[in-house]
Design a protein around this ligand. Structure first.
Ligand SMILES: *Cc1c(COP(=O)(O)O)cnc(C)c1O
Length: 467
């Protein structure tokens, strides 16, 4: 039994609302406040509904899309893969796309061991479990806790949710969650006026150092999002924090888990955000970049086409699980779609586009364009800060700039901006009172300019009184 195909937005909207429960949504909003938008097709940076209206995907479909929708290189690779091998159990079996992708991720991350999962949260879960289990296997049973940064976000499953900072995502489930040790974030929005990012992040590190001094014996790992706390409102910090955190984790015998799920794959200007950490000591041969003990990857991993995630880790950690079966040291964790060949093939195609399009250099030019076209926001009377790291540009809307007084959440200023931008054909999904641009790398200069213009308008409309 199948219903006849709908043809209009209204039709699809009604049918969707009858059965589909959307993610991260108060469904009642869709009764009137917010139009649920049925998308019929997509190409490049554009989404199109059933009535031919087009929307510029300024948030890269929740930060997943790197090259625009349906990039021919990825589509071609997927069609070929589909004619060869769709899916196969990944325990006891292995396959070419899974092997090639692991090889390439190892080369790029400096972490030789690749464990696949199928979404970002599950990658975080796997990393947390691996870290804990590593210390068990090493005979350090007291290491059971994690350190996390305030305002962080690592996903929605219970383990990942637990290491995310207190927030509306977390609070409803608080009784169910692990109790990590939270340290204040290096987030530079909270620095004192006149203080540099570097100075602020360095000072915030002292909190981490104190906690490590006191608790290292009971701690498995520190987990953090390198450079940008994305879901936490695109809050940014100085890369020096990564250098200091790496050093301190080494000193105190604690793992460092870098959650590059949102910031990896060129988003912040370097291939991985961890690469921007300055050398601990400048001098001859001093190298930029840190290597974490675990790196979680997802979102942009397949260029935004299929779900896939990976945890990259060090050889020595892998070896702590490697033993005769009867030693019961193996990492007995799995997901049904682990290492899906189609998703891995999309990942390979996406990686090939970095060289082919010279993406990192092109992104640097595009990043400057975004900064230039949003100049007027930097003096806007309701904008406390415009900040940028690579291809993430965020605008903090406040009631009063001098006092840094927030708009009450109940006024839903972000939502007003969202609705205005949609009318103008741009998807600007806000995070509370923060609006941000995180476009696909393939956006043209002309579309980028349009996107910035609509962002500026949306800020005007959203901050105009009365609410
Ligand atoms: C999105 C995100 C996750 C969770 O990934 P899902 O695929 O949505 O489960 C974890 N960490 C960070 C930093 C993210 O941005």
């Amino acid at each position: 039994m199948s219903s006849p195909a709908s043809t209009s937005n209204a039709d699809w909207r009604a049918r969707s609302l009858a059965h589909v429960w959307q993610p991260c949504t108060q469904m009642k909003d869709h009764e009137s406040e917010l139009p649920l938008i049925p998308i019929a097709r997509a190409e490049g940076v554009w989404l199109e509904d059933y009535e031919g209206k087009r929307y510029l995907d300024a948030v890269s479909s929740w930060w997943t899309n790197l090259w625009g929708h349906r990039h021919p290189t990825i589509v071609g690779a997927l069609k070929q893969q589909l004619d060869t091998l769709d899916h196969v159990i990944f325990a006891g079996f292995t396959h070419e796309p899974g092997i090639l992708l692991a090889e390439q991720l190892a080369a790029r991350s400096g972490l030789p061991r690749c464990f696949y999962t199928d979404n970002g949260s599950s990658a975080v879960e796997a990393a947390l479990k691996m870290s804990f289990h590593y210390w068990q296997n090493l005979g350090k049973p007291n290491k059971q806790r994690f350190i996390a940064l305030s305002n962080s976000y690592h996903g929605e499953t219970l383990g990942a949710l637990a290491v995310g900072g207190p927030s509306m995502y977390r609070d409803s489930y608080a009784p169910l969650l692990l109790q990590p040790i939270f340290v204040p974030s290096p987030d530079c929005y909270t620095r004192t006026p006149g203080q540099s990012w570097e100075d602020h992040s360095r000072r915030q590190f002292e909190h981490l150092r104190l906690v490590l001094e006191r608790h290292a014996d009971e701690v498995c790992a520190l987990i953090l999002e390198p450079l940008v706390q994305c879901a936490g409102g695109m809050r940014m910090y100085h890369p020096l924090y990564l250098t200091l955190a790496r050093q301190a984790c080494d000193e105190f015998g604690v793992h460092l888990i870098a959650d590059e799920i949102a910031v990896g794959f060129g988003r912040t200007g370097s291939f991985f955000a961890c690469e921007q950490a300055p050398p601990a000591v400048y001098g001859r041969g001093a190298k930029r970049g840190i290597t974490p003990d675990f790196m979680c990857l997802s979102k942009g991993l397949t260029g935004g086409t299929l779900p896939l995630a990976a945890v990259m880790t060090r050889e020595e950690i892998y070896q702590a699980f490697y033993a005769d079966y009867a030693a019961y040291k193996a990492f007995l964790h799995s997901h049904s779609y682990t290492g899906n060949p189609l998703a891995c093939r999309a990942g390979l195609a996406s990686l090939s586009l970095f060289e082919e399009t010279n993406a990192l250099s092109a992104n640097a030019v595009l990043a400057q364009l975004l900064w230039a076209h949003t100049a007027e926001l930097r003096t806007h009377r309701h904008v406390a800060e415009v900040r940028q790291t690579g291809l993430i540009l965020a605008v903090e809307m406040v009631r009063n700039v001098a006092k840094r007084e927030d708009f009450p959440a109940s006024e839903r200023r972000g939502l007003r901006a969202y609705r205005h931008a949609l009318e103008k054909g741009v998807v600007l999904r806000p995070l509370g009172n923060v609006l941000y641009l995180m476009p696909p790398y393939a956006i043209s200069a002309k579309d980028a300019q349009k996107m910035c213009e609509v962002l500026c308008e949306a800020v005007d409309v959203a901050t105009r009184d009365p609410a």
